[in-house]
Design a protein around this ligand. Structure first.
Ligand code: RIB
Ligand code: CA
Length: 315
């Protein structure tokens, strides 16, 4: 039975791959897409969400525009050097033109979808967590409609990608991340860099996917920007399509195994701001609240095959 999905996103090259999975995977019943600031400013992420849904022929999916800013402190980092100024590797125009401006806001779109849902909804958050923090704080009555949050973010036992300890989505709004990951009761699966960096795809994989169909071709157009960034940052010409792996964890959870960990998020202004602090010690947890299921293991080849087979099935 298909999983009712809401995707909260800051497109973003890897977000585009994740949305392609959400729009076409047999296990996905895509209820709504909401946008947030993140890789690029909100007006650009929202335009990109429209372009991507148009390319995927899914303008039937409600789209809502969310937060332009984090809850408390200013945006600490841009990812334009990773995703390009247009957020899609300089190839935004290849996806589709932007149709009518988005009038709905993310809060209303998410609340409407949750209200109407007849089965528990999986919310896949693949950008900063500001929108989710606001919805959960303002509509606690809807928590019962959410089966699980699957969050791409954090670096638990590996270095961060913005600072030595902080990953981009969490660092963009640590206060929101702390609310969603540590203060709320809704079940959470966290897909951190620990996992996404295990499942990189290389140039051959991307070239092979590019030839699989016109949509796959457009999605992989932006690969040069992405490959170049990771060649500099990881020293390999291979990219972790972070958000697509998080989406796969929502759609094919059996591919992944995790560890329940009590964790907290550093919301200080210090050097470790945005760090996820997970308590792996065996004694009783010092952090209050429910543990988070941190996805730590998978078979990378199975992940690459699942990504390839779904995206190559696009027209
Ligand atoms: O750190 C990776 C995350 O930051 C991904 O969601 C990517 O799209 C960026 O938002
Ligand atoms: Ca993202």
């Amino acid at each position: 039975v298909a999983v009712p999905l809401i995707v909260d996103t800051d497109p973003g090259i890897d977000d585009a791959f994740a949305l392609a999975l959400a729009a076409t995977h047999p296990n996905a019943d895509l209820l709504a897409v909401t946008t947030t600031f993140g890789n690029v400013p909100l007006d650009v992420t929202t335009d990109n969400a429209q372009r991507i849904l148009t390319l995927l022929n899914r303008l039937d999916v409600p789209l809502g525009q969310g937060s332009a800013q984090p809850l408390v402190h200013p945006v600490p980092a841009s990812a334009a050097h990773v995703h390009g100024v247009d957020g899609l590797g300089g190839r935004a125009h290849d996806f589709a033109e932007v149709g009518r401006p988005v009038h709905d806001n993310a809060h209303d779109v998410m609340v409407r979808a949750l209200d109407a849902a007849t089965r528990p909804v999986v919310i896949v958050a693949i950008g900063p967590l500001t929108n989710l923090a606001v919805v959960l704080a303002s509509r606690p009555d809807l928590v019962g409609k959410i089966g699980r949050l699957v969050v791409m973010g954090g670096a638990v036992s590996v270095p961060g990608n913005v600072t030595p300890v902080a990953e981009f989505n969490i660092l963009c709004d640590p206060e929101a991340a702390r609310r969603v990951l540590a203060a709320e009761n809704v079940p959470v699966t966290l897909v951190p860099l620990d996992l996404t960096h295990q499942c990189t795809v290389d140039e051959d994989w991307l070239d092979h996917l590019a030839r699989a169909g016109s949509t796959a071709g457009v999605l992989t157009h932006a690969r040069e920007t992405y490959l170049r960034y990771y060649e500099q940052s990881l020293g390999i010409r291979a990219v972790p399509i972070h958000d697509a792996i998080a989406m796969l964890a929502a759609l094919e959870p059996k591919l992944f195994s995790g560890t329940p960990l009590h964790l907290d998020v550093d919301t200080s202004a210090g050097v470790s701001r945005g760090a996820i602090v997970a308590d792996r010690r065996r004694h009783s947890p010092v952090y209050p609240g429910r543990p988070v299921d941190v996805a730590t293991d998978t078979d990378p080849e199975m992940v690459r095959k699942a990504l390839f087979s779904t995206i190559s099935s696009l027209p």
